[in-house]
Design a protein around this ligand. Structure first.
Ligand SMILES: Cc1cc2nc3c(=O)[nH]c(=O)nc-3n(C[C@H](O)[C@H](O)[C@H](O)COP(=O)(O)O)c2cc1C
Length: 166
């Protein structure tokens, strides 16, 4: 089974820190993502502090798992790097997907917690981290060790494939 097949959203984590080496490999994967005009609009906030994890876990009803993560990565876009304003969210999404796949490679689990484009959520994180105007929080990815084996779910649906015509 390849990495793409066994990636699943993992929301339960062991009470264990993530090694710096693993975090670096995950961030390296993030920064290998494609981006429009190669603009690479991303920067990353790594949150390891338990209290801070607990605070950001209160962002909304579906972010509680962040409190128990070994760490969380918050990809943010820096407006200074954005040349193609219409595409920065797609660039950030590509980076997030690379993170999720490298997490599997590192024997860890994670889930994409959505932030942008919801203004209230972006503001919530901006306030907590005191982010400057030019820095836009995009998502939160809690990461942790997990006992659960990632399982393959086949989602291929040939009715959604159109060769040459609709
Ligand atoms: C843009 C985006 C936002 C998401 N936000 C949340 C979230 O806030 N909380 C959560 O538990 N899962 C979140 N997810 C994860 C999805 O629920 C999950 O990917 C989906 O149910 C499919 O399951 P799988 O990732 O295991 O394949 C988000 C996924 C995406 C792509």
């Amino acid at each position: 089974m390849n990495t793409i097949d066994i990636r699943r959203s993992i929301r339960k984590y062991e009470d264990r820190k993530i090694e710096k080496g693993k975090i670096e490999k995950i961030l390296r994967a993030a920064m290998q993502a494609p981006s429009a005009h190669n603009q690479q609009p991303w920067e990353f906030i790594v949150v390891e502090d338990k209290e801070l994890l607990s605070t950001i876990s209160k962002m909304h009803n579906y972010s509680a798992m962040i409190a128990n993560a070994g760490c969380a990565i918050i990809p943010v876009a820096n407006k200074d790097y954005i040349k193609e304003p219409d595409f920065w969210q797609q660039d950030m999404s590509a980076a997030v997907q690379n993170i999720l796949l490298e997490v599997v490679e590192q024997g860890l689990g994670a889930v994409w917690v959505g932030v942008a484009p919801k203004e209230n959520l972006m503001l919530y994180l901006k306030r907590i981290f005191g982010l400057p105007e030019d820095i836009i929080p995009f998502a939160i990815i809690p990461i942790g060790y997990t006992e659960r084996q990632n399982k393959f779910k086949d989602r291929f649906d040939e009715r959604r494939v159109h060769y040459n015509k609709w």
